[in-house]
Design a protein around this ligand. Structure first.
Ligand SMILES: CC(=O)N[C@H]1[C@@H](OP(=O)(O)OP(=O)(O)OC[C@H]2O[C@@H](n3ccc(=O)[nH]c3=O)[C@H](O)[C@@H]2O)O[C@H](CO)[C@@H](O)[C@@H]1O[C@H](C)C(=O)N[C@@H](C)C(=O)N[C@H](CCC(=O)O)C(=O)O
Ligand SMILES: Nc1ncnc2c1ncn2[C@@H]1O[C@H](COP(=O)(O)OP(=O)(O)OP(=O)(O)O)[C@@H](O)[C@H]1O
Length: 516
């Protein structure tokens, strides 16, 4: 595996005329065949020298001169759209099923998704090779670590781009995306266009499974944790772990993995990497950890490194955010940012939309809006809220339609245990009918919930009830949507949890620092 990726990286076939770097990309049909070690057939000699104009796996976006790669998907089969791609002027079709009689050259490959990545990497001149690439994976913490790291790297004087769930940020500008890890063509295009020295990106298990990282190699990889999630996609935790592990075998020569070994899956990963001679820095409480955690709480983390004690104050509340801070700082230090500079920079961290986002209400109550959507993250969050505020906790949350249903009872148990009352409400329906989701909420509440809970399907009404019944010192914790906009309409026309809270209560945003 390692060999395969490293060979691909070293064995770059420079399809592109180097003098046109950052200009127009020139790739000839003949060179595309060479990329796959196939001699272009002489019957295609008349098009050998034709330059392709781009790459896509979506027939709806084909423009003349592009390569269309047919991907067999979960919903439909890209091979069914080959004719459409031909009609729209595709110069070459790539796929793994015989397309029959078509007017456009066809290149057979075994793995179209992988081929798409290889083509995109080559077309955009292997842009990851020119940058310091940092990949962050794990069930929770990817967004938090990438945002922290971005802030620290820039504080260290390097320009930094960031790709992930909340937004993509390149060349100092935001590019909206719809995925945590972008599609492989966008990824290589964005890296090619980026003038940032460092790129820090969230790497999802879906992205790894679907070759969205093909042709990218990393200088630093980070593992935060593995918790039950996405078992609608991965068939077991073992498969989920195997998918996440792939990232750690996509390293550049001299690359460094940073692994949280206080997570049992992280411990296993760290051993796996060590056994294979891969450079790994373990961060954990065990004496054997490279960075040994001595003490960790909502405010910061004390650790021993090479016999010396250090402390980072965490800029976002929650013990788990102290872990996130340590991992981000460890990575930034590998890039040459000093501990002293980081201690200072953490004080000016602006926070992350929808991650422990705090508001104060006029009646002296508080609100936390957060993206927690696993049982573990709900538990950690409610515990942190309980330590921070003395009053009662009302937890408002729901479940995404068409997503891992097996985690729902555990999420409800965590809520019942760590809040004083919960309100089950709607999250994104994702095509599940309203009545069906409402009935599942009710059923779950009756079977797994407790008397301190209730079901109010309309999310805005649920928030209104929670806010109106809060008293001085209480905290309303709203989870699931975080920074995201609502996908369906509720009885008042608000578009996000933040807007609902601000509009209903004229709430004032509180500082991001745990002590504030
Ligand atoms: C379930 C899943 O992961 N789906 C991904 C998958 O789509 P798919 O296989 O279902 O595609 P499909 O609709 O069957 O289409 C197959 C092929 O036919 C093509 N097509 C389709 C229709 C047409 O008219 N013409 C055409 O050419 C499509 O472009 C595609 O190439 O392959 C697509 C291309 O790579 C992805 O964009 C798509 O991600 C969907 C949209 C998605 O958002 N998935 C989520 C679950 C996801 O990836 N989430 C993770 C974060 C998870 C986390 O929270 O950690 C992420 O990285 O965002
Ligand atoms: N290290 C962590 N361990 C456990 N829970 C965490 C950790 N970091 C963050 N969380 C919780 O998970 C939520 C999501 O965090 P974050 O957005 O950083 O994770 P993510 O991996 O990017 O999630 P997603 O893949 O869903 O976008 C946070 O709002 C918080 O409640």
């Amino acid at each position: 595996m390692i060999l395969e990726h490293r060979m691909l990286y070293c064995f770059k076939i420079f399809l592109v005329n180097e003098c046109c770097y950052k200009g127009v990309v020139h790739v000839k049909i003949k060179e595309v065949f060479e990329l796959f070690n196939i001699k272009a057939p002489s019957s295609l000699e008349h098009v050998w020298e034709d330059e392709i104009t781009g790459i896509t796996d979506d027939s709806r976006n084909v423009t003349p001169g592009q390569i269309f790669t047919a991907v067999e998907g979960y919903e439909t089969d890209g091979h069914d759209y080959i004719e459409e791609a031909c009609r729209k002027g595709a110069a070459l079709i790539v796929g793994h099923k015989n397309p029959g009689d078509i007017s456009v050259p066809f290149l057979f490959v075994h793995h179209p998704r992988k081929a798409l990545g290889m083509l995109a990497a080559a077309y955009y001149q292997y842009p990851a090779g020119n940058k310091t690439m940092i990949g962050v994976t794990g069930t929770n913490g990817k967004t938090t670590v990438t945002h922290l790291l971005h802030h620290l790297v820039e504080a260290g004087g390097l320009s930094c781009g960031r790709l992930g769930t909340v937004e993509n940020y390149l060349n100092g500008k935001t590019i909206q995306g719809f995925q945590t890890t972008p599609g492989v063509v966008d990824l290589h295009k964005w890296l090619y266009e980026s003038r940032d020295e460092v790129i820090v990106m969230e790497v999802s298990s879906h992205g790894l499974e679907q070759y969205r990282l093909e042709g990218v190699t990393f200088d630093i990889t980070i593992f935060t944790n593995l918790q039950q999630d996405h078992l609608d996609y991965h068939r077991s935790m073992e498969e989920y772990f195997q998918a996440k592990s792939k990232l750690f075998f996509m390293m550049k020569e001299g690359g460094q993995a940073i692994v949280n070994t206080d997570d049992s899956w992280g411990e296993r990963l760290s051993c796996l990497l060590s056994d294979q001679g891969e450079p790994v820095t373990s961060t954990g409480s065990e004496k054997s950890s490279d960075i040994q955690i001595q003490e960790v709480d909502d405010h910061g983390i004390r650790f021993n490194e090479n016999g010396q004690l250090f402390y980072y104050s965490t800029p976002i509340a929650g013990v788990y955010n102290s872990y996130n801070t340590l991992q981000a700082c460890t990575a930034a230090e590998h890039l040459g940012v000093s501990k002293q500079r980081m201690v200072h920079a953490l004080k000016s961290f602006p926070g992350i939309p929808g991650r422990f986002e705090q508001y104060s209400l006029a009646n002296g109550a508080h609100v936390i809006i957060d993206y927690a959507h696993t049982a573990d993250s709900i538990r950690h969050l409610l515990q942190a809220a309980g330590r921070k505020y003395e009053g009662e906790i009302t937890h408002v949350f729901g479940f995404r339609g068409n997503r891992d249903e097996s985690k729902r009872p555990a999420m409800l148990h965590a809520s019942s245990e760590w809040s004083d009352r919960y309100i089950l409400t709607l999250d994104d329906l994702n095509t599940v009918p309203y009545e069906e989701m409402t009935a599942s909420l009710q059923k779950l509440h009756e079977q797994e919930g407790w008397i301190g809970g209730t079901v109010i399907p309309d999310r805005v009404s649920a928030l209104k009830t929670a806010l109106e019944t809060s008293e001085e010192g209480d905290v309303v914790v709203i989870t699931g949507k975080g920074h995201e906009r609502y996908q369906q309409a509720y009885h008042l026309p608000y578009s996000s949890d933040r807007e609902t809270v601000q509009s209903l209560c004229n709430a004032v945003k509180a500082g991001v620092h745990p002590s504030s």
